[in-house]
Design a protein around this ligand. Structure first.
Ligand code: HEC
Length: 176
């Protein structure tokens, strides 16, 4: 009886972790100095309400320098800064000359980190292949989110689970 009460107490203690949305910040950290990674693309998000600034670290860039290699090396990190755009009086985002909305405020920072060594501690169900996920607020604290990172990224297996895969490949081609 005592033992089962203890198990219930443990389950209650860990359940907020299990229900956590916003990826797995206990595994995927916000990389320090990511602003110095390669800014391989800046684009309006698919929702047409926000702007994404995309960064790849050296390992991620190096993964695509050989034409025959399409998957990220262990240690690759992709960071997506999510900005709200400046809006006009009607609340419509204001596009710049290139069509990309003018940036207003940093709202969140999404991270994908590739490790071939995650092992069993980081459940494969919460990753896409070797990519782990986490979301941070602008102050660097883990940000909760109801969205399931893995759900949307899983169908993109053919392009290393990345929506902006081609943008990264093209960026690397141009700096070669
Ligand atoms: C509703 C679908 C959806 C969900 C859920 C989702 N993403 Fe994405 N993700 C996208 C799309 C679409 C893009 C391309 C940029 C854009 O248009 O927003 C993207 C891009 C990214 C990128 C840039 C690399 C790439 O794939 O192009 C990162 C990093 C990222 N997401 C992390 C996350 C994290 C972390 C979570 C969970 C907190 C998450 N995503 C949940 C749809 C999703």
């Amino acid at each position: 009886m005592k033992a089962s009460l203890r198990i219930i107490a443990i389950l209650i203690a860990i359940s907020p972790l299990v229900a956590y949305g916003g990826g797995d910040p206990e595994f995927v950290k916000l990389p320090e100095g990511y602003e110095n990674f390669s800014n391989y693309a800046t684009m309006n998000r698919a929702n047409q309400k926000q702007v994404a600034k995309l960064y790849a670290n050296i390992a991620a860039v190096a993964s695509h320098t050989q034409d025959d290699k399409s998957e990220a090396a262990s240690g690759s990190i992709i960071v997506m800064e999510i900005y709200s755009p400046r809006k006009d009086a009607d609340g419509t985002p204001i596009p710049g000359e290139d069509g990309i909305f003018e940036i207003d405020t940093l709202e969140a920072i999404a991270v994908m980190e590739n490790r071939h060594t995650w092992g069993d501690t980081y459940s494969a169900e919460n990753r896409t292949g070797d990519w782990g996920y986490a979301l941070y607020d602008p102050s660097g604290m883990p940000k909760e989110n109801d969205l399931d990172c893995v759900q949307c990224h899983t169908p993109l297996k053919g392009q290393d689970y990345m929506f902006t895969y081609q943008k990264l490949v093209d960026f690397v081609k141009n700096i070669k």
